[in-house]
Design a protein around this ligand. Structure first.
Ligand code: UD1
Length: 423
């Protein structure tokens, strides 16, 4: 298994190109199942999660063509009959559940293995299943598979109140309800930018959707959808991660295509911690002087537009070398502090009390051999390694490759001493 080796202490200077958003792309790709015409996505990120979704769609009969080294994906579900999403693929990635809604809408049935993915809490799919059932799907669990079929002749619009503003369940509903008969209202919908991106793409395909980006989305079902070409929005989590890399290692970088208004709550915290952030014509410029110590700031993760849970691990790494004490509260997932013990092995002073991490900043971290446990935890350890004294080795980096495109190349180009050891 590959590992990442880092010699810490180098400031970062230069330009980093931000890729298309993984989480947007993973929701957009299943939209191809809704039409017999091609759906083309530009600005797709080159990540193993995207390769997993490609593989999943291919097993369902979708022809997927990759162009421009994987940055353009053209998907054609001209002739699909297969309705089974297999355990061997689905276990690798939770977002596989997003084929469920489209399969029911297009084929009237689906068999999707219960998903796997990052081990950051229980992460059930009950909200997806309840919501699709309210649209008219009969759903049963059999041998680890979700078996779904239509109760009547088609999905029917309904008013659905989500008990939690689940991102994935909102996406599954948007996809399925676009082809349902009548109007669907999603109450307490998630408001994440990736949902707006999906709605924008579905509208190009002929769907009738209003209210995306708010808590109440209305979808008027249409008979059929057509093909479209859509540019995936830029990855706000990748952007925030590199902003924290500069916050920790010092220096200044420009994040080309980074979009500051997708990160308002996060940027506010970063500025409070003493990092300089400016919007430029190219994207975002981030700067921290080497003699300026980061200030401790309290953070609580929230659904969008609040502080993203997907930046919590990286923020913890940064706060571990801040001046002062702070609290980091995780309100979205119940088991998302697995990076804390690894950071403590580097000398961080962190105490976990339930869903809150109490952090007392230390002057510096020390390099150590580390084990990556999930996607965002992995990158938080890379950031810690950049700022630490001495050598760090982050093992089990396949998690990193699920969500970060060429992370070591991007950082090395800005002066970091970082390399991948292949094994
Ligand atoms: C998506 C993102 C993930 C991000 C998360 C929260 C993708 C591919 N992944 O994940 O990176 O961390 O949003 O911003 O876009 N829940 C249930 N039952 C369900 C569904 C969710 O109890 O059926 C709970 C979850 O366990 C969690 C909370 O709801 O505690 C929010 O999860 P959700 O918004 O669904 O996250 P994902 O869509 O899985």
């Amino acid at each position: 298994m590959d590992s990442i080796e880092i010699k810490g202490g180098q400031p970062l200077h230069g330009v980093i190109e931000i890729a298309g958003a993984k989480n947007a792309c993973l929701a957009l790709m299943p939209a191809s199942l809704l039409t017999d015409q091609p759906l083309t996505l530009t600005n797709a990120p080159r990540l193993s999660d995207i390769a997993t979704m490609t593989q999943l769609l291919q097993t369902l009969g979708v022809e997927v063509r990759e162009m421009k080294e994987g940055q353009v994906l053209s998907m054609s579900a001209h002739d699909i009959e297969e309705h089974q999403a297999d355990y061997n693929i689905v276990r690798k990635m939770r977002a596989s559940i997003l084929v469920l809604g489209p399969l029911i809408a297009r084929l009237g049935r689906a068999a999707v293995s219960l998903p796997g993915g990052c081990a950051i809490g229980a992460r059930p799919v009950n909200i997806h299943l309840d919501a699709l059932s309210q649209l008219g799907a009969d759903i049963e669990l059999e041998n680890g598979y979700i078996m779904a079929s239509l109760r009547g002749t088609a999905l029917r619009g309904a008013v659905i109140k989500l008990p939690i503003a689940s991102v994935g369940a909102t996406e599954n509903l948007l996809l399925a309800a676009s082809l349902a008969k009548g109007t669907t209202v999603i109450d307490n919908a998630a408001q994440e930018p990736e949902i707006v991106d999906l709605a924008n793409c579905l509208r190009k395909m002929g769907a009738r959707i209003i209210g995306d980006g708010t808590k109440r989305i209305e979808i008027e079902g249409v008979e059929s959808l057509k093909g479209a070409t859509h540019h995936v929005i830029s990855d706000r989590i990748e952007t925030g991660t590199y902003m924290l890399a500069v916050a920790m290692a010092g220096g200044d970088i420009t994040l080309r295509h980074g979009c500051i208004n997708l990160l308002a709550s996060f940027v506010e915290k970063l500025e409070e911690a003493g990092v300089k952030v400016a919007e430029t014509a190219q994207g975002i410029h981030v700067q921290r002087g080497l003699s300026d110590r980061l200030q401790a700031v309290n953070v609580s993760t929230e659904p969008y537009p609040g502080f993203p849970t997907d930046l919590q691990a990286q923020m913890m790494a940064a706060m571990s070398i801040s001046k002062g004490q702070c609290q980091l509260e995780e309100t979205i997932f119940e088991n998302r502090f697995m990076h804390a013990p690894e950071l403590m092995r580097m000398g961080a002073n962190i105490e976990i009390r339930g869903r809150t991490a109490l952090i007392e900043g230390v002057d510096s971290l020390r390099g150590a051999p580390l084990m990556a446990t999930d996607l965002r935890a992995s990158v938080s350890l890379v950031l810690a390694g950049l700022a630490a004294e001495g050598h760090t080795i982050v093992n089990r980096v396949y998690h990193l490759d699920r969500g970060y495109e060429m992370v070591e190349e991007k950082l090395a180009a800005c002066g970091a001493e970082i390399r991948r050891a292949r094994s």
